[in-house]
Design a protein. Structure first.
Length: 162
């Protein structure tokens, strides 16, 4: 069982078939590219996986669970999000904090624990900070973790919108 499984995904917009019977697997830790010319349906595929669109037919499985038709926020809570070509960064914050903001959907601390900055909240934040540093390391840019995002070349900032 793959980490992400796309099975026979199809999307029609009226008479236009944007995606037709697409199937692929992504293993945990694998990076897979989707290439094609403009109008080939790449964005539609990402919208179908992330829940922004519902497929005409086909299924999407994430970590063994059928997430087809889930609302985007439920899919994001499970760990699948999409980014857009234009990224928005907190330019005054260090790079690692920009990565850290991507974990807000995974927090289980809740309003009161966060408000009172409980030990649970501090432990959760420490775990998210460690994961953020691991992401920077995986991208080969851990040395810029404390640099403000405004001072970085454009290419270095493209991995932040995880």
């Amino acid at each position: 069982m793959a980490f992400l499984e796309v099975r026979n995904l199809t999307k029609h917009f009226g008479g236009l078939v944007a995606v037709n019977d697409l199937s692929f697997d992504v293993e945990k830790g694998e990076i897979l590219g989707l290439i094609g010319p403009n109008g080939a349906g790449k964005t539609t595929v990402f919208n179908l996986i992330s829940g922004a669109l519902r497929p005409t037919s086909g299924r999407v499985f994430f970590d063994g669970e059928d997430i087809t038709g889930f609302l985007p926020h439920r899919i994001a809570q499970k760990g699948i999000t999409r980014t857009f070509q234009l990224t928005s960064l907190f330019t005054e914050f260090p790079s690692v904090i920009n990565v850290l903001t991507g974990f807000h959907m995974q927090s289980k601390a809740g309003f009161l624990r966060t408000l009172f900055h409980t030990s649970y909240t501090r432990q959760e934040e420490a775990g998210f900070m460690q994961k953020s540093m691991e992401i920077l390391k995986a991208l080969g840019i851990e040395d810029i973790a404390l640099q403000g995002a405004a001072n970085l070349p454009h290419g270095h900032t493209q991995g932040f919108g995880h």
